[in-house]
Design a protein around this ligand. Structure first.
Ligand SMILES: [Zn+2]
Length: 213
């Protein structure tokens, strides 16, 4: 999950209005806020469910860009009380607390708690549980996660190859430009890419300026 800074401020009557979809597309960079896949097939999700919070039904700050798969996997009763809340990526810089790492050998996505603060601890743990379900598929609803995992393996392996090339090459400029594009806010699976950079001292020195919002 990547921090989303909302810039759009649409005027609308209903959350299903086209202008809402267009604004969410812009604000979320066409990425599902949960899995970080770049996709045009999305649903307007209510972060706080409309059933429990009807007054937030048409509140733009409660509307999120979510892919169909994640919207299905996500439990319906989430964010209905303080025990089942997840981190709100429009308010919290989730990467400060959660690291995503592709374990290619075991073909598994590792979701690691890297930090915590008291008032967010439950939300962090709940977010980790949901991300594990989305990326690694721990229930019957998420058997489509193999496709997602395959795509992440492909994209992240490609990114790692570029980084290796960069480290070996004497002509770094062209590869560096390419890596910068991969680190752009519009790029998919950014949490994975950013953490590869952060975890490598020399790469972090070179590229950290591109991973600061
Ligand atoms: Zn998703």
């Amino acid at each position: 999950m990547i921090k989303v800074d909302r810039k759009e401020n649409p005027t609308f009557n209903k959350y299903s209005d086209n202008i809402v979809k267009e604004s969410l597309k812009t604000d979320f960079n066409k990425k599902c806020y949960l899995c970080e896949e770049v996709t045009r097939h999305f649903e307007v999700e209510h972060f706080y469910p409309q059933k429990y919070y009807p007054y937030l039904k048409n509140e733009y700050s409660n509307l999120f860009y979510c892919c169909q798969k994640c919207n299905k996997i996500k439990p319906k009763n989430i964010n209905t009380n303080s025990d089942n809340e997840i981190l709100n990526c429009c308010e919290v810089d989730v990467e400060k607390y959660i690291k995503l790492k592709l374990n290619i050998l075991e073909c598994k996505i590792e979701i690691i708690k890297v930090d915590s603060i008291k008032n967010l601890d439950t939300q962090i743990d709940n977010t980790i549980t949901i991300l594990d379900r989305i990326y690694n598929g721990t229930d019957s609803k998420s058997n489509s996660c193999e496709d997602l995992k395959n795509e992440i393996v492909e994209i992240i392996s490609e990114f790692q190859k570029k980084l290796e090339q960069y480290q070996k090459s004497k002509l770094k400029r062209a590869i560096s430009k390419d890596i910068q594009r991969d680190l752009d806010i519009k790029s998919s699976y950014l949490t994975f890419k950013r953490w590869i950079i952060r975890d490598n001292k020399s790469l972090n020195q070179e590229f950290k300026k591109y991973i600061i919002d």
